[in-house]
Design a protein around this ligand. Structure first.
Ligand SMILES: NC(=O)c1ccc[n+]([C@@H]2O[C@H](COP(=O)([O-])OP(=O)(O)OC[C@H]3O[C@@H](n4cnc5c(N)ncnc54)[C@H](OP(=O)(O)O)[C@@H]3O)[C@@H](O)[C@H]2O)c1
Length: 270
C-alpha cells in the first residue's frame, strides 16, 4: 500500500499500547514514516518521553500517556488521553506474561492483572475506538498475540487463555468490521527480540536464542499484513495449520513437546 493510501485509510492518529520499547516502539517509528501521528501508551514515563523526543526530532507528532493496562480503568484513562484525536489505527501490543511462574505459585492478583490487560482492556479499547472508526467508515486494528493463543501450556496457562481470547475476538471483529472498511488482524508472534523478552530469559536463566524475530521485522510484517486478516502466524504461510493443531491427541502432544523443549532450554527435567 502506498504511503498516502495507508495514511488515508488508517490515519491521522494511531494509538499503540506498550509503545515505549521493542515491537511497540518499532510500530511507532514505522507509522511516523507512513505519515501518521502516534499516541504512545506504556507505564514508565522516562522511556515514553525518550521515544517522544526521538519522534519529534524526526518531525513526527505524538502524545504520550502513562497508563497501567492491567488497571480496571485503563481504557477510560487512555480514551481521556486520546481526547478528540481521530484514531484510525489501534495497536494493542503490550501483553506479555512477566510472571514466569506456574499458576498456583503466584497470588491470584497477578493473573487477574494479566487477564485485565489482555482481555478487558483490549476489548474496551476496541469498543471505544472501533465505534468511532465505524462512524468514519474506515480504520484498522492490530491485536498482537502469541503462538500461546492456540492452547494451554505449562508455566503460562493464564497467558495462553488470555491470548486465546484475543484470537477469537480478532476473528469475530474481522468478520463484523470488514463490512465497515475496517481491517482487523491478530499478529501471532513467535519468539521476538524485545527488552521485555530478554528480561524474562535472563530472570529464568535461559540462553538468548539466536533465531528470534526482530521488533523491526515484526512491525514491518504486521503493517503489511493488516489488510489480510484475521490472522498472521509469524513465520508461516496462511495455508498451513502450524501452531494450531485441532485433535485432542495433537493438542496433548503439542503441550508435552513444548514443555520438554522449554525444560531443555532451561536445562531442567520436564
Ligand atoms: N517477545 C516475544 O518473544 C513474544 C512472543 C510472542 C508474543 N509476544 C507478544 O508481543 C507483544 C509485545 O511483547 P514484549 O516482549 O515486547 O513485552 P510486553 O511487556 O508485552 O511489551 C513491552 C511494552 O509494553 C509496556 N507494558 C508492559 N506491561 C504494561 C502494562 N501493564 N501497562 C502498560 N504498558 C505495559 C512496556 O512499557 P512499561 O514497562 O513502561 O509499561 C513496553 O513498552 C505482547 O503482546 C506479547 O504477548 C512477544
Amino acid at each position: 500500500m502506498a504511503v498516502s493510501e495507508f495514511a488515508a485509510k488508517y490515519g491521522p492518529w494511531a494509538l499503540i499500547t506498550g509503545a515505549s520499547e521493542g515491537t511497540g516502539s518499532a510500530f511507532a517509528h514505522r507509522l511516523v514514516d507512513a505519515g501518521l501521528k502516534v499516541i504512545l501508551v506504556a507505564r514508565r514515563e522516562g522511556p515514553l518521553a525518550a521515544l517522544a523526543d526521538e519522534i519529534r526530532a524526526r518531525g513526527g507528532e505524538c502524545v504520550t500517556a502513562s497508563v497501567d493496562l492491567s488497571a480496571p480503568d485503563a481504557a477510560e484513562r487512555i480514551a481521556a488521553a486520546a481526547g478528540d484525536r481521530e484514531v484510525g489505527l489501534l495497536i494493542t501490543n503490550a501483553g506479555a506474561d512477566a510472571n514466569g511462574s506456574m499458576f498456583l505459585d503466584k497470588d491470584l492478583a497477578a493473573w487477574e492483572q494479566l487477564v485485565t490487560m489482555n482481555v478487558n482492556t483490549t476489548m474496551r479499547l476496541a469498543h471505544r475506538f472501533g465505534r468511532a472508526m465505524r462512524e468514519r467508515g474506515r480504520g484498522g486494528m492490530i491485536l498482537v498475540s502469541s503462538g500461546a493463543c492456540y492452547g494451554g501450556l505449562s508455566g503460562i496457562s493464564a497467558y495462553c487463555a488470555s491470548k486465546a481470547f484475543v484470537l477469537a475476538f480478532a476473528e469475530g471483529l474481522w468478520a463484523e468490521l470488514r463490512h465497515h472498511n475496517i481491517d482487523v488482524l491478530t499478529l501471532v508472534l513467535g519468539r521476538t527480540d524485545t527488552p521485555a523478552h530478554r528480561k524474562i530469559l535472563e530472570e529464568s536463566g535461559q540462553p538468548v536464542p539466536t533465531d528470534m524475530a526482530t521488533s523491526e521485522e515484526v512491525a514491518e510484517v504486521g503493517l503489511r499484513q493488516l489488510p489480510h486478516g484475521p490472522i498472521w502466524n509469524w513465520g508461516q504461510t496462511n495455508d498451513v495449520a502450524g501452531m494450531a493443531p485441532n485433535s485432542p491427541d495433537d493438542r496433548r502432544a503439542k503441550i508435552l513437546a513444548i514443555e520438554a523443549m522449554s525444560a531443555a532450554y532451561a536445562g531442567k527435567k520436564a
